[in-house]
Design a protein around this ligand. Structure first.
Ligand SMILES: Cc1cc2nc3c(=O)[nH]c(=O)nc-3n(C[C@H](O)[C@H](O)[C@H](O)COP(=O)(O)OP(=O)(O)OC[C@H]3O[C@@H](n4cnc5c(N)ncnc54)[C@H](O)[C@@H]3O)c2cc1C
Ligand code: FES
Ligand code: FES
Length: 457
């Protein structure tokens, strides 16, 4: 299994490595590039941030949950390769020095790489860019100051990528990096025990934290057919390997609240890797994508060999850890029907940014002449699976849009959900919050905005 990529501008071929060797380990152990740090080894701290350029552009990713085959045909840049060949520092490096953005320095290379990727993309929302980079000593003000100060400088010429390595399909006994869904469908039928890897933001943790051994693997991130987003009069069709960052770009204009939900999903580095297919396939009861997509009435599309089928997304989630997916079957995408935007998504977390949901409530309620004509409500974090609140929906449909209707409907949440207590919240907190969120949706339709970031007297 030969993997080809550019590393700090030089072509490298990696051979004979385990397919689940992370880029972080490879850089530190094999290349001596120890500027890329290991903090959490699970995608949370950003100390291992590096920059990747491929056909989709330049982005920051966490090297600790990035496997070597995912790099095939791409360009990797680490902090060691950021300054110009003549030693001139990148503007974000010189501004970090100028603005005293570093103390112990452990987090600094990760910050620098996130800031450099943002600089390449002319991205100036620095709070967002840096939400996935944790610093324990400097404090964020000097770092943000440095990022702002670097905005005015041109993009360094040496970071332009003119040529990426030739990307042949990788196929070995254990590893397959297909280019088409036909290739994947055929291979997966013959290798039904294989693990599919999209962005590896879940699977990376199985390897790093649970020390799993995977028998065979297909890395599906290079299949163009699974990476498309089509917008037509009938709605949006989104491929399974579309990343959360790409999803954000596609949905934020039409469904602003879904855009905001996706913006708070993990961090920039996580969103640049995580795919919507992986977010659905993993069947997590606290994933953020499924409740929003269920509320929008999304259909899920699956393929097994030459057989294709589709279903309402909510039907995919059968029970905790059990989904309606046959052996050798994979997700090809989802479709969101065209509709007026009545969607509101509420992600409730302990920390506002970069935190997994305690619960996530998504409401899509249509009204006509003061009456509720349709209601689709779905929650994550309230049951063993992402689940619709069908009793609440029934209590709403056909009723006037009044406080009395809401007061009666919220009592039905206890029919739909019997939440559990866990480290994130008690059952009572979850039950009460679900009720409050319907009230919040109602209040917001009268212009009463809720700001959870500021406490006002
Ligand atoms: C630091 C961090 C923060 C996170 N924050 C959030 C968050 O805020 N909200 C949230 O919902 N999640 C969050 N996650 C979880 C994770 O990012 C998501 O579940 C992600 O969308 C998974 O996608 P992936 O492509 O990385 O999946 P992978 O890790 O590649 O795969 C996950 C599972 O899906 C399967 N799979 C992938 N693609 C397909 C396919 N096309 N067909 C069939 N099976 C497939 C894989 O075999 C595997 O079982 C976070 C994770 C990390 C590490
Ligand atoms: S080491 Fe913490 S995100 Fe990679
Ligand atoms: S400078 Fe020490 S952790 Fe950021």
């Amino acid at each position: 299994m030969k993997i080809e990529f550019l590393l700090n501008g030089e072509a490298v071929t990696v051979d004979g490595n385990s397919p689940t060797r992370t880029l972080l380990d490879y850089l530190r152990e094999e290349c001596g590039l120890t500027g890329t740090k290991e903090g959490c080894n699970e995608g949370d701290c950003g100390a291992c941030s590096i920059m990747i350029t491929d056909d989709d552009g330049t982005k920051a990713l966490n090297a600790c949950i990035l496997f070597l085959p995912q790099l095939h045909g791409k360009s990797v840049r680490t902090v060691e390769g950021l300054a110009a060949p003549d030693g001139t520092l990148h503007p974000v490096q010189s501004e970090m020095i100028e603005n005293h953005g570093s103390q112990c320095g452990f987090c600094t290379p990760g910050f620098i790489m996130s800031m450099a990727a943002a600089h390449q993309n002319s991205e100036t929302n620095h709070d967002d860019v840096l939400a996935g980079n944790l610093c324990r000593c400097t404090g964020y003000v000097p770092i943000i100051r440095a990022a702002r100060a670097a905005e005015k400088f041109a993009k360094p010429k040496h970071l332009q990528i003119n040529k990426l390595p030739v990307t042949k399909t990788i196929q070995s006994e254990r590893v397959f990096v297909p280019k088409t869904s036909d290739e994947l469908a055929d291979w997966y039928i013959k290798n039904p025990d294989a693990t599919l890897i999209g962005g590896a933001t879940d699977v990376g943790l199985w390897i790093n934290k649970d020390l799993c051994d995977l028998s065979s693997i297909a890395f599906i991130g290079q299949i163009d057919e699974l990476r498309g987003i089509e917008i037509s009069d009938s709605g949006m069709a989104i491929g399974a390997s579309v990343t959360l960052s790409q999803l954000h770009k596609a949905v934020a204009k039409k469904y602003a609240s879904l855009g905001e939900l996706v913006r708070r999903y993990g961090s920039t580095q996580v969103r640049n890797a995580a795919t919507i297919g992986g977010n659905i396939a993993n069947g997590s009861p606290i994933g953020d994508g499924p409740p929003a997509l269920i509320a929008l009435g999304a259909q899920l599309y699956l393929r097994r060999g030459d057989d294709f089928r589709n279903m309402a997304l909510e039907d995919y989630f059968i029970d905790y850890g059990k989904q309606d997916r046959k052996i050798g079957e994979f997700i090809i995408g989802i479709a969101i029907p065209e509709q007026p935007n009545n969607l509101k998504c509420y992600k409730i977390t302990k920390r506002f940014d970069q935190d997994i949901s305690t619960l996530c409530g998504c409401f899509n309620i249509t009204r006509h002449s003061g009456k509720i004509t349709s209601a689709r409500i779905a929650f994550g974090g309230m049951a063993e699976t992402p689940k619709r609140a069908t009793s609440v929906e029934i209590a709403l449909i056909g009723k006037p849009w009044t406080q009395d209707t809401i007061t009666a409907a919220v009592t039905k949440f206890s029919t739909d959900y019997q939440p559990i207590s866990d480290v994130r919240a008690s059952a009572a907190y979850r039950a009460q919050t679900a009720q409050n969120l319907l009230q919040r949706y109602f209040d917001e339709t009268f212009g009463h905005a809720t700001n959870v970031l500021e406490v006002t007297p």
